[in-house]
Write a new protein. Sequence first.
Length: 480
Amino acid sequence: MKLVALIITLTCSQSLFANPNRYYDYIYKDNATALYDATTEQEFRSAKRQAYLQVVLNGRQPAALLGALYGAYWAYTRYAPAPPQLGALGFFFAGLAQSILAPYTYNIQEPISGFIHSVRNYVLGPPEDAVHQLELHYIQIKPQLTPRTQLAVESRFEKIRTAFDPQDLSSSPSQFDQKLDAVKQILALPVSSKPIIFDNRLFLNEFSGYQNMASANPIPELQRFCHSLAIASRHTNPKLKSALYLEGAPGVGKTEAVFRLGKVLGIPVIKINLAEFPNIGQIKGTSCEDNHDENCGPGLIASSLIANSKLGYTHKNALLFFDEADQVLNRVHEGQGHELVSFMLDFLEGKTQFIDNPYFEKELDVRHFGIILAGNNPLVNKALQSRLNTLYFGNYTVGYRIQAGRERFLPEVLQDYAELLKLEDFSESDFEKIDLIAKAEHQKLLATGEDPGFRNQIRQIERFVHQKALGSPSEILSAN
């Protein structure tokens, strides 16, 4: 009889203390909706306390049963001690029987555990764990989230808090941490936009040399692009924006122009090289098939927004820059990239306000994105062409190349030699040699008809500066 009592007691003890994950909370099964209806931290804490009280009241009978079992065992051991020679053998059989009977006690494990923890949390307050802190943050920003986003966040909270699996007490907590990390990322996404103030003086200072392109003057179109983003930042109509396609040979300054626009507008640039990430899931996110799916993720757009938020930029405004667009989007005639073309067409559609993110099961707000594509060749898709204003970069005059070499590329190269050289250390003879580099690049254009861009010109200036830092700048000229 004593052995039976010991078996029951030990088995029920497991049901009291075993818990497969540290975030599980019994009250969420019946009270999640009421908890997340709270609008302030005080209301949320009060709703939790009332939920704990309700669990305590509902759990009186299982708790009384457990107390009776413990009381019976205590009384029996107090008044009917076992012979010493049976002690060790009794514990052995108790452990064996416990492992056999444990599955049959799981049906009372959760309510008893919930009752004990609810008593503790009602008296002392809810534990300040990682999920609780995220819940408080969610309550604060909930009014700024779309209904679908609210549903996605709350359903993930509930899955974490109600994931009680007593059949697998050895389950790894990393599965719950993975779910928790997804909630962290959703709540790290910016929820507010900022009004953009377009400073035309700053714009002209950044793009002062771009009007010297031989093919066209891009200044008016770039100004129009900035004005449209500034106006759209004060409204929620995507049709107020314009999108750009920057076309030109490698190294003619397309990427630099995009980052200059970001500087003028005061917003970050999210650069996505389509040649490196042609898969649509890599860009907008991929849903997880199971807890061990390593191919799922939030996508480059959402990941970049989260990274900017961690760096201190908490607004939704950004420049979304798709580089090498022609290499991928033009493959539609080869039977490739069709899904990405469809995505781009929807993205550039004037009525599109949100794009779906399968990983977060929510929409991303794209109303405050400026969209720029860039490539070396024209886009062949007529629908894409109609949604983009094309600017051709290249065919610069020799005068522009000389000016860029002196005023842009040389100061940039000198930043790596700040302790050795300054701009004042360059003589007029040095500048003439740098001008010769620009003239040589222009001769390549005249001889071949193909724009060489600026990369080789910058590389030659780097070599010249390096040789000057070493004391023999003449070597670079002979090599050139």
